[in-house]
Design a protein around this ligand. Structure first.
Ligand SMILES: *[C@@H]1O[C@H](CO)[C@@H](O)[C@H](O)[C@H]1NC(C)=O
Length: 417
């Protein structure tokens, strides 16, 4: 049980009731059954098919994040797992039973009773890519050269995922250029062209790309941005541009089990960022990471209380380009790389060979308004509350409408990867 304590009123520590989350155990990844239990009993939010699907693919996203983070303990992590989930979900349209079940288990679809997952996925994509969200995300399936693809695979792929499969020409220069052009078109040029060569032995390549630049509901005053200390750990400190707001209105809670201070800041377009900041400077964020699930985040979101605080947030501009194939193999998807059954796609024997992710993410002072919205009524504190993101933290960017996880980051050093 997570106990979320809130610092309120005269400094008394009030327990706000514990979250009903029992999905994240400190020892390991959440298992399917407890996640299902907590979803089905408790919250009408998850009864809406698109929210339920968003929770499932987001749980895949938290799994992917955990695997990626544990394989790079000393580096920043930036992922938009939704784009990878979308590519996998689309690929499952071409998978026969055994292979389809592997993908469905990884995406937590085995917990969904809705028979029209792909139709609902279309709804989810339409919701998170609505223009006001500022999120650019796209996914694509690329096949080995000259492969003949069944039209019975192409039609539902286009219908639900709005994407056409790409078949390579075999000329690696042309193929790389075409893929780069596609990424540029999908992200309005926000993600740089890749200079890496295409792998020579592609059978199926999945590509997920995403770009996001945050617009705060309340913008920061650029005159208050200055170079300040960021503690990489208990010994090392660097100077980074830090934005600040001496009278920020944010939603806040102290999690006494995870030993971290949680804050949420709203973004325009019905999105928000939740920060997890350990009480002391450490690069080991394992405890927090292990508890991340869609249900846990949903509970936190409900329990945070509006407060006024002295807020400091480092400016951030991060990018990622690379393969996540190894991470997926560690997530019980090894069989897709060995001997999967994609006979709904083609008569030839094909298998997954690469999963590529390219992501760009930034925030600076930009935002919509200069004053907090009037509907927020901060609890009046008789002591000053500081929320300074001046040591390693985790952030989760969510779509508030569906609860979908859009980006997740582990920021050990805001100066970039
Ligand atoms: C990180 O913290 C976890 C839980 O607090 C602990 O089990 C683990 O050994 C730590 N890892 C390292 C590398 O110190």
């Amino acid at each position: 049980m997570q106990a979320l304590m809130l610092l309120l009123w005269t400094g008394a520590l009030l327990g706000s009731g514990s979250c009903q989350n029992n999905a994240g155990s400190p020892e390991g990844s959440p298992d399917h059954e407890t996640t299902a239990g907590s979803v089905e009993e408790e919250d009408p939010f998850f009864k809406v098919p698109v929210n339920k699907l968003a929770a499932a693919v987001s749980n895949f996203g938290y799994d992917l994040y955990r695997v990626k983070s544990s394989s790079s303990p000393a580096a920043n992590v930036l992922l938009s797992p939704l784009s990878v989930a979308t590519a996998l979900s689309a690929l499952s349209l071409g998978a026969e039973q055994r292979t389809e079940s592997s993908i469905h288990r990884a995406l937590y679809y085995d917990l969904i009773t809705n028979p029209d997952i792909h139709g609902t996925y279309k709804e989810l994509l339409a919701s998170v890519t609505a223009p006001q969200k500022n999120l650019k995300t796209a996914s694509r399936i690329v096949f080995e050269k000259k492969l003949r693809i069944k039209s019975s695979f192409v039609a539902p792929l286009e219908k639900s995922y709005g994407t056409r499969p790409r078949v390579l020409t075999g000329n690696s220069r042309t193929d790389l250029q075409e893929i780069n052009n596609w990424v540029q078109a999908q992200t309005k040029g926000k993600i740089a062209r890749s200079t890496r060569d295409l792998p020579s032995e592609i059978s199926i390549l999945l590509l997920g790309v995403a770009y996001f630049k945050g617009q705060w509901v309340t913008k920061f005053d650029p005159k208050k941005t200055s170079l300040q200390d960021f503690h990489l750990d208990e010994e090392r400190t660097v100077r980074v541009p830090m934005m600040s707001d001496p009278k920020a209105v944010l939603r806040y809670g102290l999690d006494s089990d995870l030993n971290c201070k949680i804050a949420q800041l709203p973004l325009t377009g019905s999105m928000s960022i939740i920060f997890f900041l350990p009480l002391r400077a450490t690069q080991n964020l394992t405890m927090i990471e292990e508890s991340l699930t869609s249900e846990f985040i949903h509970d936190i979101d409900r329990e945070l209380k509006t407060v006024q605080a002295v807020l400091a947030v480092p400016k951030l501009k991060l990018s990622f380009e690379g393969e996540v194939s190894k991470s997926l193999q560690d997530m019980k998807l090894q069989s897709l790389f060995d001997s999967p059954d994609f006979s709904k796609i083609t008569g030839k024997s094909i298998k997954l060979t690469q999963v590529e992710h390219r992501a760009g993410f930034e925030w600076n002072e930009d935002g919509a308004g200069t004053t907090p919205s009037t509907e927020l009524q901060p609890a009046r504190l008789t002591f000053p509350l500081d929320y300074h993101l001046n040591q390693p933290f985790i952030f989760v960017l969510r779509d508030t409408d569906t609860g979908a996880l859009l980006f997740i980051g582990k920021i050990l050093d805001p100066r970039g990867t």
